[in-house]
Design a protein. Structure first.
Lengths: 179, 194, 203
């Protein structure tokens, strides 16, 4: 075997072995990774819809979830809201009561805010102030809700994301055969 | 158009690859002694970064995503493409423009293991950029990298005349200066919500 | 006794972070908390040991010209395995380390050891060398993480240690704090040892 073909064979072999090993590892870990993602989502949805015991993902839209209580009655709508924060995108799960038109909770799924400052949007006192707020609220930081000291931009970002995403989610919910 | 300009400024200044995202620290510490050399390294890196961003976009959208390979072949394919790209640039440059090759050639082999390039490629699927945004992102990242490298080199040239405490000579004082520079760039944050 | 020598040198004498300034990106980026530094160190240790051993085994079958691409593929393979494994078993840490797990591929410590040591030494020495370098890298990252977490959040591994009256110096968990902490640490280590930290040995 001459040098060039040996090089090609070795490289192909290295690539093939690597691909095979990775495909096997992926096959082994994939169910666990998916399960973790599923259970995280479930936890977030049930957290923002305190009355719900189960939920269903809306058809045609995997960002919208309808919560049901034990008797199978609709108790609220949860949706994923995202938008720009201080340094990167903030993703939140928001829950609302569609009949009383108020928020029932929100929780932060992922963010890239500054640790110790903007990252405090994850803290309970901040998240809980959105509970029971009317969905028509403007959520203006320092006025309607308390802002985080030293992280006004992050606080404003959360308010803006909520204000922008609520009408959109409600629209999507109503046009797809909600009440 | 305005979004693209914002993306460019945001990538170059607000989320500066070196000083805020900690990508490409090795050349930042190693090659930042002379302004001229830094500018050359920056130019070569910017060039490869823009090309890598475009290449990463094509691979992600036409190879990895359609066949569902993204989760386990992304890293291997990106690093292979980057290293072949660097080789290709080296060969083409040598043929097409020997003078440019003389200026940038020595930096090219170092670029493969510059984590800013792989980092950039990995950001493209995360940020879900389209082709134009990807190339602007690559260009902005390169310009930001060059900027921090040249600023650092400018300071270090002056530093040769300064009386640095002996234990801090070399890497120590460079890191402390980088810390101050990083604070400066932190001042840009919040300028553009990304 | 050579086995022991190959292991011990990575801990201090040729420590990747404090003596050779290798793998600076993860060293600075993920050490804003002790647990992150430790996790990053262990992930790097895993990749370093696996790829060094594999490379030491197959080194004679790989033609010189395709040496580097083959090494990179081996390293990237183990990095992906580490990433998938962490996503399945330690999802929270995987999320925090984020982009810096795939970037282990271009950590010059790993390619550097593969090139300089594993590709021309027997398997058992390559293993000890990789273990030593990896442990050295891990303790360095954990130390940085501890210092930054204590000053920046008043805790170690998430346990409060500074009392309620302590005002955290948030700058230490922000990017500037990473540069400053490492700069001062290098100064302190240099002041107490005869040999100075080399200038960055990989670019």
């Amino acid at each position: 075997m001459n040098n060039t073909s040996r090089m090609v064979v070795v490289l192909l072999l290295v690539g093939a072995i690597s691909g095979l090993v990775l495909a096997l590892t992926f096959k082994w870990t994939e169910p666990m990774i998916n399960e973790i993602a599923q259970s995280n989502q479930k936890k977030a949805i049930l957290e923002v819809l305190p009355k719900a015991k189960s939920y269903k993902t809306m058809e045609n839209n995997n960002q919208l979830f309808i919560g049901y209580d034990d008797n199978g009655n609709e108790v609220g709508l949860a949706f994923i809201a995202e938008g720009g924060g201080f340094q990167g995108d903030i993703r939140m799960m928001v829950g609302m009561d569609t009949t009383e038109e108020k928020l029932t909770g929100m929780t932060v799924l992922s963010h890239l805010e500054t640790p110790g400052l903007g990252a405090r949007i994850e803290e309970d006192w901040f998240k809980d102030q959105f509970n029971e707020k009317s969905i028509e609220d403007d959520f203006i930081a320092k006025q309607d809700v308390e802002a985080i000291t030293g992280a006004t931009i992050s606080s404003n970002a959360v308010s803006n994301i909520l204000k922008n995403s609520i009408p959109k989610a409600l629209d999507a919910y109503r046009t797809r055969g909600g009440k | 158009m305005i979004e693209l300009i914002l993306l460019f400024v945001g990538t170059a200044l607000v989320n500066n690859f070196v000083l805020v995202r900690f990508l490409g620290i090795c050349p930042f510490l190693g090659v930042s002694k002379k302004v001229e050399v830094s500018a050359g390294m920056g130019a070569a890196t910017t060039f490869v970064m823009t090309l890598s961003a475009i290449a990463a976009w094509f691979i992600q959208n036409y190879l990895l995503d359609p066949f569902g390979l993204s989760r386990f072949l992304q890293y291997v394919s990106f690093i292979l493409v980057i290293s072949s790209l660097v080789q290709l640039v080296e060969i083409v440059l040598k043929k097409v423009s020997p003078s440019l090759y003389d200026a940038l050639g020595i930096f090219l082999p170092l670029i493969t293991t510059n984590c800013a390039i792989l980092g950039l490629a990995l950001y493209i699927p995360i940020k879900d950029y389209n082709l134009i945004e990807s190339s602007i992102f690559g260009l902005g990242a390169g310009v930001g990298f060059t900027l921090s490298l040249v600023i650092m080199a400018g300071i270090r040239e002056e530093l040769e005349f300064a009386d640095v405490p002996e234990p801090l000579e070399g890497a120590g004082i460079t890191l402390l200066i980088a810390g101050v520079l990083s604070m400066v760039f932190l001042g840009f944050s919040g300028l553009i919500a990304m | 006794m050579r086995m022991w020598k190959e292991f011990i040198k990575g801990l201090w004498k040729e420590n990747a972070v404090f003596r050779q300034l290798m793998g600076m990106c993860p060293t600075l980026a993920v050490t804003n908390a002790a647990i992150n530094g430790l996790a990053m160190g262990l992930a790097t240790l895993f990749v370093l040991v696996c790829s060094s051993v594999i490379i030491a085994i197959v080194k004679n079958y790989i033609p010189d010209k395709v040496r580097i691409p083959s090494f990179i593929v081996v390293i990237a393979t183990f990095v992906t395995i580490a990433d998938l494994f962490m996503a399945a078993f330690f999802p929270d840490i995987q999320k925090v380390l984020g982009l810096f797990i795939p970037l282990i591929v271009v950590n010059c410590l790993i390619l550097g050891r593969a090139e300089a040591f594993a590709s021309n030494n027997p398997v058992k020495y390559a293993l000890m060398d990789a273990l030593g370098m990896g442990v050295g890298f891990t303790w360095a990252l954990t130390l940085l993480g501890i210092i930054r977490e204590v000053l920046g959040m008043g805790s170690i591994f998430g346990i409060e240690v500074m009392g309620v009256n302590f005002t955290p110096w948030i700058i230490f968990i922000l990017p500037p704090g990473a540069f400053i902490t490492l700069g001062i640490l290098l100064g302190i280590f240099n002041a107490f040892s005869k040999k100075k930290t080399s200038e960055a040995s990989c670019h």
